[in-house]
Design a protein around this ligand. Structure first.
Ligand code: BES
Ligand code: MN
Ligand code: ZN
Length: 477
């Protein structure tokens, strides 16, 4: 059962409660008795951040409002406090928690977000020894936060959950076809349209990149189109999202060495999963915005008919590509989706992809790498939302000189660059298939974590969902 996020300003007396308050305002919290205030103040002296009071019928948790350099960082500290608080809730076997904010800054929303995201678990495949988290319900109890805001947040957090579930699903249970069925299921649930193009249709469309990557596979590719087109849409030209849906990346004939680099490559569809999460959130929240999402999906394997280094492909837009490394497959399937997107005359196209190890090496798990031709207004706005949700963006350039990195002797371009600037040569490659405002996100460093990182958890993080949802939501309002 996923965590429930609720809104209610009437609380039963014995409800477990978290109160967020500034350290110097503890004495003015009405709900506290004298001895409790003294105890809390004593703990504050000892630099405690969360102070637990056991009232026997229930627990009271005093969460000190974090001090930080900026409002965004203070909100991030609250999310992280949610992660710390959850450990105490689990220890106390708390099933339901209400949150009250005494700071007047809507702090409950951020604490709830951190709690909710930290409470995610993936134990679908555990047959024994599961100790599910006790926490099932989080109730925001502030009268100055409206119910609508909480509902919207609930849908976004559900979206992150479903993105994480898709990414954590092992490949032996998620072929391209199964993945597209999962996307259809999400569409039914959220109320957006889905259409799955099969191999024959993909051939008819001459998607040479997607077909080549699929050649070594036992399973057919899919191309899923999702669409949310409400009657009250504010935009004439649609926003188009594109997600890399490589359901498993062995590298193909340019095989990845195992164990180091192949073990977690079930996560190579994290861009596609994030796009699906965004579609879920915008449809559930009925954003007045016309949004289309495109998901090319296949696994990348060295099977009998596998495409090979040296091959020249003709892409959906007619360009030719010399393949010099079959492990640079993401850009090939995205290229076809990006040129397919041209037919929608889009306002803006945003792609998300676990595209390069180079992006991960450059900024680690602390940021998303972006490249764009869409101009400063779009990028500045995205960066602003990146700071707000703490999915921070590092912009890399698409300078003309990088075009040299992908020049081919025999075809229009080649699918790899040199030893340097690998994230950019991938971006530069994608740029060749766009003729509209476009932003590319390389999420290779953030999509899947091997160690636990606060409320992002370990394994799939759902990175990108909150960022793109908040950006699109700002365009709708
Ligand atoms: N899926 C990988 C990128 C990746 C690496 C994602 C590590 C997450 C973690 C991608 O398809 C890939 O293999 N990229 C190559 C490109 C190279 C061959 C030009 C890479 O980054 O090594
Ligand atoms: Mn690869
Ligand atoms: Zn890949």
């Amino acid at each position: 059962m996923p965590t429930q996020l609720k809104y209610s300003t009437t609380l039963a007396k014995n409800t477990d409660l978290a109160i967020i308050v500034q350290a110097d305002k503890v004495a003015s919290v009405e709900d506290l008795q004298k001895e409790e205030i003294a105890y809390v103040q004593q703990q504050v002296e000892k630099e405690a951040k969360i102070i637990s009071l056991n009232r026997y019928s229930h627990h009271l948790y005093i969460v000190l409002a974090p001090e930080a350099k900026t409002q965004n960082l203070a909100q991030e500290a609250l999310r992280q406090a949610g992660y710390t608080l959850l450990k105490q809730l689990k220890a106390n076997k708390t099933e339901a928690l209400a949150i009250l904010d005494k700071t007047g800054t809507n702090a409950s929303l951020y604490l709830a977000e951190g709690l909710y995201l930290s409470n995610y678990e993936f134990h679908k495949y555990k047959t024994k020894g599961i100790k599910p988290s006790s926490l099932q319900t989080i109730t925001i109890a502030d009268s100055n936060i409206n119910e609508q805001t909480v509902k919207e947040l609930q849908h976004v957090l559900e979206a992150v959950t479903l993105t994480r579930d898709l990414v954590n699903e092992p490949h032996n249970n998620q072929s391209a076809t199964q993945f597209s069925e999962n996307l259809e299921e999400i569409g039914r649930e959220a109320g957006f349209k889905t259409e799955v193009l099969d191999e024959l249709k993909i051939q008819t469309l001459k998607m040479g990149g997607l077909l080549a990557v699929n050649q070594g596979s036992e399973e057919p590719p899919t191309f899923t189109i999702m669409e949310w087109q409400p009657e009250n849409a504010k935009n004439k030209k649609p926003y188009v999202l594109v997600g890399k849906g490589v359901v498993y990346d062995t590298g193909g004939l340019s095989l990845k060495p195992t164990p180091q680099s192949m073990d977690y490559m079930k996560s190579d569809m994290a861009g596609a999963a994030a796009v699906a999460g965004v579609m879920y959130a915008i449809a559930k929240n009925k954003l007045p915005l016309h949004v289309i999402a495109l998901i090319p999906a296949t696994d990348n394997r060295p099977g009998g008919n596998a495409y090979a280094p040296g091959d020249v492909l003709t892409m959906h837009n007619g360009m030719t590509v010399e393949v010099l490394n079959t492990d640079a497959e993401g850009r090939l399937i995205l290229a076809d989706a990006l040129s397919f997107a041209q037919k929608y005359n889009p306002e803006l196209v945003i792609d998300m992809a676990t595209l390069t190890g180079a992006a991960a090496r450059a900024v680690g798990k602390e940021g998303l790498v972006a490249m764009s031709n869409a101009g400063d207004d779009v990028m500045n706005s995205l960066k602003k939302f990146g700071e707000q949700v703490h999915e921070r963006i590092v912009e890399f350039p698409l300078w003309d000189e990088y075009k040299k990195h992908i020049e081919s002797e025999i075809a229009d371009i080649k699918n790899i660059g040199g030893a340097e600037a690998g994230a950019i040569s991938a971006g530069k490659f994608l740029e060749c298939f766009t003729n509209y405002p476009w932003v590319h996100f390389d999420i290779a460093g953030v999509a899947y974590l091997l160690g636990e990182d606060s409320y992002r958890g370990k394994q799939a993080t759902g990175s990108g969902v909150r960022l793109i949802y908040n950006y699109l939501s700002s365009l709708a309002n």
